[in-house]
Design a protein around this ligand. Sequence first.
Ligand SMILES: N[C@@H](CCC(=O)N[C@@H](CS)C(=O)NCC(=O)O)C(=O)O
Length: 206
Amino acid sequence: MKLYFSPGACSLSPHIALREAGVPVELERVDLASGKIVASGARFRDVNPKGYVPALDIGEALPLTEGAAIVQHIADSHPEAGLAPAAGTPARARVNEWLTFLSSELHKSFGPLFSPDTSDEAKQAAITKVKSRLDMIEATLADGRDYLTGADFSIADAYLFTLANWTGPTKIGLADQPRLAAYQARVAARPAVQAALKAEGLLEAA
Ligand SMILES: N[C@@H](CCC(=O)N[C@@H](CS)C(=O)NCC(=O)O)C(=O)O
């Protein structure tokens, strides 16, 4: 499947999900600064009017967008991979709950930290918000679970791993969240995650 991505961006989450599902991945790199597809030089907005990654070609006129929706589509169309519990179950509702939290509470809180236009004051507020969300996740991991929703890796872990990586470039770090740091290393060691990081040229930076 063709995934429009930018190295290390939130598109890493569906990239990991595709590899965890054993789906052959065709990567189409997007330069977010210029809005161009790198290989062809075409305008990315002509493919995805939203202009942002991730976007997954699902054989329709418009690609599927919104990371949380994409990873659910990958999990649901490859149930044998066990990337999410069956729809309609409480366990699935928990995975959806995490995906929504990650998208609206953590992912978007990082946003101001990647913008050159953000004031120092707004940056500090964003850091405080991100840290409080990371602390909440740290508390969740306190019961010794290996993954976000329990013993099994799920699409929520692909998303959290991607976002937790951003504590590196933003210099927030994970020194105050040792369980999350250990979790991050555990997820990074998964062969599919290694393959995704390598394909995006991120192995040294991860
Ligand atoms: N609501 C979208 C947001 C995606 C998003 O924030 N993408 C970023 C990279 S992590 C991006 O492409 N930014 C460039 C832009 O918005 O023009 C989702 O959850 O997938």
